[in-house]
Design a protein around this ligand. Structure first.
Ligand code: VG1
Ligand code: CO
Length: 543
């Protein structure tokens, strides 16, 4: 086996977005594309030489090819040991757990999350650091900078590694350990949650459906929900990961998990429904007759986390991404713990978790997690809900309604305008940004604008600053409209508009969400000229 120095040239546009580098599969298949990026990681993170690297992905098309190339580049760059999930599988939260458990130097996680897979779909790669979380911008910027000057990558010439069998083998001077992708994660979950109480819940006749969407959580959910916790066989559906996710979008929202939603709205449906995304870090929670918005889910879990053994001592703080509703802030206030507002993307939670300032974190995009790993964690959120249900023995609907009564309800919705012409999307954002200073004091329908800004965040731990993280229009009554462009899309631009208002009066908490937000939705369109700039009269996805 020889190490080859392969001459290469920079490839434009290898800038990691909200969650790593995400592109169409055909882009990743182009010559030197993945090799350049992976070599840039090794060049930007010299500690990997002599270190341990965790590698795994969600099993989508090109996962296997990418892993073989990564291993050969890792071996040629002096990595001492690579730890790989069997058959190349590791959910994103499980990869985080394995990095932490082993004290590894870092990890490469292969996924485009909830984006579709297959030869025509998307692929992605992301570097995580030794705390198990996504690399902070300081490192992603260094990786990107290296992709712009790269002139060679190092790669071992060797046959492919057999990833099907658990055990350790050698690749050049590097050890490759192939592990069961589930076991570290399952052990961690058993430490955090009262499995006996959840078993008793299932024994009492409680029913659920977990939709793995043909993505990576299938094996995890089967092992934990069915094998450990005694949920009947068949509780987990679409449980076999497929390279193209069965042709579906592995996105657990009300559009792509509509079957699950419809089932839960039936009188004879199960008590509890949940789903996760391509790489297992998102969660969808639906009770019988009650959808739980991710923002509400974060608030409700924060209010009830102490019911699970892992959080029995209480939580230290709650962090949410800026566009996530303010519901969690009210819980933090009631608990007397810190509340933090960060830019979109899990990487911004890492320092708060490491510093012990926050215990729970969440995003409106169906991401919830805690300090047990440094990624959001879909199945963890489902298990925390199950633990709460097992203790309270109330329905999801009762828990949600009690929560609103106590804390008030934040009506909340996100409107996505997808595949918008990138230039027109920029024009919309720049036009609004230029007018921000003129907005305060403006009356919009029944409300007055109190403040308007371009969200910037200073990390309270390392002082780093992230700017241009979304345009916020804040009304005097606490209502908000936020505008941002997605950093994970692969075609054109996606405009996300986040709309929220607070309703303290229990008599007014049972409106249909879009109706409850109608005047703000109208205001959003007028303020930014959404319809004229996007050419769309309606959003493509409403969540
Ligand atoms: C989206 C979500 C964001 C999430 C990110 C990665 O980013 O809005 O909350 O952190 O996806 O999630 P954007 O830039 O498209 O709005 V995942 O499950 O795709 O890793
Ligand atoms: Co994901």
């Amino acid at each position: 086996m020889t190490v080859k120095d392969v001459p290469t040239q920079p490839i434009a546009g290898q800038k990691p977005g909200t969650s790593g580098l995400r592109k169409k599969v055909e882009v990743f298949q182009s010559p030197h594309y993945i090799e350049n990026f992976v070599q840039a990681v090794f060049d930007a993170v010299p500690e990997l030489r002599g270190g341990t690297l965790v590698v795994g992905g969600d099993g989508r098309f090109f996962n296997d090819v990418a892993i073989q190339r990564i291993l050969k580049i890792a071996a040629a760059n002096g990595v001492a040991k690579a730890v790989v999930g069997q058959n190349g599988l590791l959910s994103t939260p499980a990869a985080s757990a394995v990095i932490r458990d082993l004290g590894a130097t870092g990890g490469l996680i292969l996924s485009a999350s909830h984006n579709p897979g297959g030869p025509e779909g998307d692929f992605g790669i992301k570097y995580n650091i030794s705390n198990g979380g996504p690399a902070p911008e300081r490192i992603t910027d260094a990786i990107y900078a290296r992709t712009r000057t790269i002139d060679r990558y190092r790669m071992l010439s060797s046959p492919d590694v057999d990833l099907a069998r658990i055990g350790t083998l050698e690749l050049g001077d590097m050890a490759v350990e192939i592990i069961d992708p589930v076991s570290t994660y399952r052990t961690l979950m058993a430490e955090l949650f009262d499995f006996e109480a959840i078993r008793a819940l299932f024994r009492s006749g409680f029913t659920m459906r977990f939709d793995a969407m043909h993505a990576v959580t299938g094996p995890y959910a089967k092992a934990i929900l069915e094998d450990e916790l005694g949920a009947p066989a068949g509780t987990v559906v679409n449980a076999v990961p497929k390279p193209d996710f069965g042709g579906h979008h592995p996105d657990p929202n009300l559009v792509h998990a509509k079957d699950l939603f419809d089932l839960l709205m039936r009188e004879d449906g199960p008590d509890f429904g949940a789903a996760s995304d391509g790489d297992g870090d998102r969660n969808l929670i639906i009770g019988k007759g009650q959808f739980v918005t991710p923002s509400d889910s974060l608030a409700i879990l924060a209010a009830n986390a102490h019911l699970a053994p892992g959080y029995a001592a209480g939580i230290k703080g709650v962090a949410r991404s800026m566009p996530t509703s303010q519901a969690a802030d009210r819980v933090a206030e009631a608990l007397g713990v810190g509340a933090y507002e960060t830019p979109t993307g899990w990487k911004f939670f890492g320092n708060l978790l490491d510093a012990g300032m926050a215990t729970l974190c969440g995003e409106e995009s169906a991401g919830t997690g805690s300090d047990h790993v440094r990624e959001k964690d879909g199945l963890w959120a489902v298990l925390l809900w199950l633990n709460v249900l097992a203790v309270k023995r109330q329905s999801v609907r009762e828990i949600v309604h009690d929560h609103w009564q106590r804390f008030g309800r934040n009506y909340y919705s996100r409107h996505d305008y997808e595949e918008v012409d990138a230039e027109r999307a920029q024009t919309l954002m720049e036009g609004l940004r230029a007018r921000l200073a003129t907005l305060p004091g403006l009356e919009v329908g029944p409300r007055r604008i109190a403040k308007a800004d371009d969200f910037a965040y200073q990390d309270p731990v390392d002082g780093s600053v992230a700017e241009h993280q979304g345009l916020r229009v804040l009304f005097q009554d606490g209502a908000r409209i936020v505008f941002r462009l997605s950093g994970t899309g692969t075609v054109g631009a996606t405009l996300r508009v986040y709309i929220e208002r607070f309703e303290p009066d229990p008599a007014q908490q049972h409106l249909e969400t879009q109706a409850a937000l109608a005047d703000l939705i109208d205001a959003a369109n007028h303020l930014a000229g959404i319809h004229e700039h996007t050419g769309k009269a309606q959003p493509d996805v409403i969540t």
